[in-house]
Ligand binder design. Structure first.
Ligand code: SF4
Length: 388
């Protein structure tokens, strides 16, 4: 296939669906990446595949997996006098133990939305008397660009630029997931963007050590169905690792991006929403850059409040679907998010709300009735405030 139209061709889509329907067994696959979750919902694939294939979402939305404790740390940073917190817009509305960054900004905290870490560096240049902290959130896709800006700050001697690294690594999280007692997924649709940086070799342990079929997929509907077809074949014939997204992903990944990432960061334990602390699954600044660690600017760390009914943790492990959360579409909506899965544009709850849920008659396309439980989340509705 050469052109994007071919990836959206109804004929190709139908042919793939027909092929999948012929397999004499059902399967349950996890799309690890939030962009896949959104693409699947947007293309309406879930009802087309059911009941032959059930797709559940995984821990691949960086905003969603950010723990409440880490949001508390960002809030504490935002409240420091003479500090500026620079962040991507989708972190603004994630409820933390003491509200959201958006609310902190309304109270007068210096929080700025940026579109790239470079913007944060320029804020540091323009405000030499302030300490500027960039909130680094994202997987292997984002971390190299953030690392490049840290190196740039070093070269330019911009000492008031700091980083709160909440970056996370995908393979250790998948390892933790498959080692969970109640893990019952027949195969992974692996992320395309992360794999473009990381390379397919990073996942060989999944089929080899755990017998899990894996396909790295692109983001068009045909890509996803093709990946599902390959997973069905592997489920029948034996686990393997295949790269459906070969127009972008190589076995060795992007060596230049990986080199920059490893020059600045080293693996560290990280706290994942829903998965807990996973050894070696985060990135912290290497020793030579510790003066730039924004966490050291915070004197007190706010302890997380309980999640008051939010079940993001179970959703991120594929244990339940959004409509099984009693707050889905009732107390919790994109305008009034109760948890991060409803905030992020890649969040599972947000994508189900936007594409898999019909409000008129209260029926969810995937067959699960929402319960519309009204609970006060302690966070005022934001209505576009700080919206990305
Ligand atoms: Fe959390 Fe809202 Fe999703 Fe429920 S619907 S899991 S409260 S984000």
């Amino acid at each position: 296939m050469k052109y994007v139209d071919e990836f959206r061709s109804p004929q190709f889509l139908q042919a793939q669906l027909d092929k999948i329907a012929e397999f004499p067994f059902n399967a349950r696959f996890m799309e690890v990446c939030g962009t896949h979750t959104m693409a699947i919902s947007k293309a309406g694939l879930r009802p087309l595949l059911a009941p032959k294939v059930e797709l559940v979402s995984g821990p691949g939305c960086p905003v969603c997996v950010t723990s409440a404790a880490d949001i508390g740390l960002a809030l504490a940073l935002a409240e420091i006098p003479d500090a500026i917190l620079a962040t991507f817009g989708d972190m603004m509305r994630v409820p933390g133990p003491a509200g959201t960054l958006s609310q902190a900004a309304a109270r007068g905290a210096a929080v700025k939305i940026v579109y790239s870490p470079l913007d944060a560096l320029e804020i540091a240049v323009s405000n030499p008397n302030k300490q500027v902290a960039f909130l680094g959130v994202g997987f292997e896709t984002t971390a190299p660009a953030v690392a490049a800006v840290v190196l740039m700050a070093e070269e330019r001697g911009i000492d008031n630029f700091h980083l709160l690294s909440l970056h996370k690594l995908v393979p250790p999280a998948l390892k933790a997931l498959v080692e969970m007692e109640e893990f019952n997924i027949d195969g992974f649709i692996l992320p395309g963007h992360v794999s473009a940086v990381l390379g397919s070799n990073a996942y060989t342990f999944l089929p080899e050590d755990y017998g899990i079929p894996c396909v790295i997929a692109g983001f068009e509907a045909v890509d996803i169905l093709q990946a599902i077809c390959e997973l069905m074949v592997m489920r029948r014939d034996g686990a393997g690792l295949s790269v459906e997204y070969s127009r972008v992903v190589r076995a060795e990944g992007n060596p230049k991006a990986l080199d920059i990432m490893h020059r600045v960061f080293e693996p560290a334990d990280a706290d994942w929403r829903g998965l807990g602390v996973i050894p070696g699954s985060g990135l912290r600044l290497r020793e030579e850059f510790t003066a730039r660690d924004a966490a050291s600017l915070v004197a007190k760390i706010i302890q997380p409040a309980d999640d008051r009914g939010c079940r993001c943790g179970e959703i991120l492990c594929g244990k339940i679907r959004p409509a099984e959360c009693p707050l889905f579409a009732g107390s919790c909506t994109p305008d009034n998010p109760f948890g991060p899965c409803m905030v992020s544009t890649e969040g599972t709850c947000a994508s189900y709300y936007l594409y898999d849920y019909t409000d008129n008659n209260g029926v969810v396309n995937n067959g699960v009735e929402p319960q519309h439980q009204q609970v006060d989340n302690g966070v005022e509705p934001q209505h576009q405030q700080g919206c990305d």
